[in-house]
Design a protein around this ligand. Structure first.
Ligand code: GLN
Length: 484
């Protein structure tokens, strides 16, 4: 059952071959067996899951149906879940029980999806390898000595190992696509504003966006419609109708123009990963697209810009965790300053502290113009590069990650090396664009991802192209041997 797609599981439920309770019990069982190795969950919500599943079965008996009714799902522990710990991977929120559901969680729940639990993640979603979590590193199911990517690494590892059929994730600079690439999954980061951020713990508010990790583009198409759409509780969510993403998967690709960015195949890219991505692009060409070489002249600036803007916003968002209003409170403070200092020192890990320091520095009087303002100006140039590219092409294709999964422990004492994991992904968040990673083959025996980038609100087109690619290839069907 755990090898089936969401659409196949939906069919099995519909035909009465399995109940949601049975399906849910099966996944809970797999979590029990395998998660000691993977550490992909922070909290497993057995009781809630089985109760939700029983309710889904009841709804089905009463004649309801929709693509997610009775389908188990794992939620990244950045989404508030009513009555359930929402830790964001941090000691700061280790004992925080959310009083309400995030909009994403609420919509999936009302569609009948069954929450299995909350997945491990980099602390406050800061990281590209899932090594900064207070709850310890997550392991990659393809090689447990390696990282699954981050920050939605728990969601990625859980789906890749068959502990959940599908999972939510979030992105600020690549945290859905990069772990999808490193674990052989399909991951979609929607257009900024397409999905509500209400109830999602804030990291960098102008970049954060929720999305889905799954085994195929089709599975994402089935679930994106449930979470997308306007939410009055999030003023940045866009009031624009939601398409039926499953309706546009099937037509052929002829006539589409796909841009290949010349700057993306140079320095920093592992040559085996590069060859795999070139191959995937040739497959798209065989499927009828025409390829156009394009340039994104400012793309090399995405990393420096992102690592000014994201920490700046984070330093502001994270100021609420002071042990008084929110978060871990240090014991026996001598005065208020001691309380703030020790609560924050104890509650936050090293990477989060580094970001807060960088963020407050670039926002401080005297440095604001040189760093933050300059970064925002360059951000505008990066957006303009994409806008110009989308006058010539419908989509852009390239590598998602410059390399495959690296050993646990690597890059932890070299933050800049870690930040380079986002070299192809961060610019997309700066521009608010939708993008997807799809499995494209294996380099060094590890999964590598094809990155597809669309213009604003072209999620349907991204899923369509990825689905056609997945009909022509079987990389998305490969599973890690260790987790049969
Ligand atoms: N790796 C990036 C960072 O550490 C992106 C993280 C994310 O998308 N949440 O900021």
């Amino acid at each position: 059952m755990h090898t089936l797609s969401v659409s196949a599981l939906g069919d099995a439920l519909r035909r009465g071959e399995v109940s949601s309770v049975e399906l849910t019990a099966h996944f809970l069982d797999r979590i029990k067996t395998h998660d000691r190795t993977l550490n992909s969950f922070i909290t497993v919500t057995d009781d809630i899951a089985l109760a939700d599943a029983a309710r889904a079965d009841e709804r089905r008996r009463d004649g309801s149906d929709n693509p997610l009714l009775g389908i188990p799902i794992a939620h990244k522990d950045i989404f508030c879940t009513r009555g359930v710990r929402t830790s964001c991977g941090s000691r700061m929120l280790d004992t925080f029980i959310a009083p309400y559901d995030a909009t994403v969680v609420k919509r999936l729940r009302s569609g009948g999806a069954v929450m299995l639990g909350k997945t491990n993640m980099d602390e406050f979603a800061m990281g590209s390898s899932n090594q900064t979590s207070w709850y310890g590193p997550v392991r990659n199911p393809w090689d447990i000595s390696r990282v699954p990517g981050g920050s939605s690494g728990g969601s990625a590892a859980a789906v890749a190992a068959g502990l959940a059929p599908i999972a939510t994730g979030t992105e600020t600079g690549g945290s859905i696509r990069q772990p999808a690439a490193l674990t052989g999954l399909t991951g979609l980061k929607p257009t900024y504003g397409r999905v509500s951020r209400y109830g999602m713990v804030a990291f960098a508010s102008s970049l954060d966006q929720a999305g889905i990790l799954a085994r195929s583009a089709e599975d994402i198409a089935l679930s994106l419609g449930a979470i997308a759409g306007h939410d009055p509780n999030d003023s940045t969510s866009v009031n624009r109708p939601v398409e039926d993403y499953t309706k546009t998967l099937e037509s052929d690709l002829s006539g589409l123009r796909i841009g290949v960015v010349k700057e993306q195949f140079g320095h920093g890219l592992d040559s085996e990963v590069g060859a795999i991505v070139q191959d995937a692009i040739s497959t798209l060409e065989r499927l009828g697209v025409s390829l156009v070489e394009i340039s994104l002249p400012n793309s090399a600036l995405a990393i420096p810009v992102y690592y000014v803007v994201a920490p700046a916003e984070a330093s502001s968002n994270l100021s609420r965790y002071d042990g008084v209003r929110f978060g871990h409170r240090a014991a026996h403070p001598v005065d208020i300053e001691d309380l703030f200092k020790r609560s924050r020192s104890e509650g936050f890990g090293e990477e989060v502290k580094r970001r807060i320091m960088i963020g407050t520095y670039v926002l401080s009087a005297g440095y604001y113009d040189a760093y933050y303002l300059k970064a925002q100006q360059v951000r505008r140039l990066i957006c303009a590069d994409f806008a110009q590219a989308f006058e010539q092409v419908d989509l852009i294709a390239g590598p998602t990650s410059p390399f495959t999964a690296f050993p646990i422990g690597e890059k932890m004492d070299d933050p800049v090396a870690m930040y380079l994991c986002d070299m192809y992904t961060a610019g997309i968040n700066l521009a608010g664009l939708p993008a997807l990673s799809a499995p494209a083959g294996f380099a060094h025996d590890l999964p590598a991802g094809l990155h597809l980038i669309g213009d604003h609100f072209r999620e349907g087109l991204l899923l369509h192209v990825a689905h056609q690619y997945q009909r022509a290839t079987d990389w998305h069907l490969k599973r890690p041997l260790r987790f049969p």
